[in-house]
Design a protein. Structure first.
Length: 279
């Protein structure tokens, strides 16, 4: 008998393969683990890896959080079962760097909070894999995360309006503005009264966010910014994300503690080129 699971047709007896990133895991029973996965073919799913906590398990190393892996799944009575796992990319540089693995935790938490078990989202899967790769290899992990946030909001349907005022619809001018989480974007000074909780946003912050929103990673990767500017962008994103989720994320506070502990210093500041600054 053929049945549907999140849009993938399969029978109870048949096994099938998926490409996935491990988001998280928890102990299940005496020797098993329940894994949260984000897959290319099925979106977010859960599956049980039986016996994976035993010392002789061959699957354990392929099922650690943040691992990109190919899985053979079978339908059990109540859940999917992982019968085979082969690593595509373990992102080893993340595991040797406390700051980078904390960034990866933030990316995964953000994706986990905003998504449900509702079917495939191939663009979001690609963004996740690309971001984990950038966090592993790029010199500036802040830039990779800020780019992820903006593109992630596009994918989950909360793209902020950064080019026109949401009050009067006029094009945003190169001056300090206001950002309204409630309205979902920028309000000009004349319309800031629409939302008394709107936050002031500087020209520099807005310019970088607009650049991230409309440019490819190849263009964004050439940009550097100061730690102070990164903090301003980060704080604005947390304000917006917290409003959307109606609660704060766990990782940002831990990330701040890690930065303080490591004596995290500023990247060399620079401005966008005049070409990128055109509004």
């Amino acid at each position: 008998m053929t049945k549907s699971y999140n849009g993938v047709m399969t029978s109870r007896e048949r096994s099938f393969r998926v490409e996935a990133v491990v988001l998280r895991h928890s102990n299940w029973g005496e020797a098993d683990r329940l894994l949260g996965l984000f897959s290319l073919e099925m979106g977010k799913i859960r599956a049980v890896a039986k016996g994976v906590r035993k010392l002789r398990s061959r699957k354990a190393g392929h099922l650690e959080p943040f691992t990109h892996t190919n899985l053979l799944l079978a339908r059990g009575r109540d859940t999917l079962l992982i019968t085979q796992a082969d690593t595509v990319n373990a992102y080893l540089p993340l595991r040797d760097d406390l700051l980078r693995i904390t960034y990866a935790s933030y990316v995964v938490e953000l994706l986990d909070r905003f998504t449900y078990e509702e079917g495939e989202n191939r663009a979001l899967f690609r963004l996740l894999v690309e971001t984990l790769t950038r966090l592993s290899l790029e010199a500036n992990p802040d830039l990779a995360v800020r780019f992820f946030e903006i593109r992630f909001l596009d994918q989950v349907g909360f793209r902020p309006q950064l080019f026109h005022c949401l009050g009067c619809q006029d094009e945003i001018r190169p001056q300090d503005q206001f950002f309204s989480a409630e309205q979902g974007g920028v309000l000009c000074p004349n319309c800031s009264h629409i939302d008394n909780r709107a936050r002031a946003v500087t020209t520099d912050v807005l310019r970088f966010l607009r650049h991230f929103q409309r440019s490819s990673w190849a263009d964004v990767a050439r940009v550097t910014f100061s730690t102070a500017l990164n903090r301003d962008i980060e704080n604005l994103m947390q304000y917006y994300l917290t409003y959307l989720l109606e609660r704060g994320l766990n990782t940002p506070a831990f990330l701040r503690n890690i930065r303080n502990h490591l004596g995290y210093s500023s990247y060399d500041p620079s401005q966008l080129s005049s070409k990128n600054e055109e509004d």
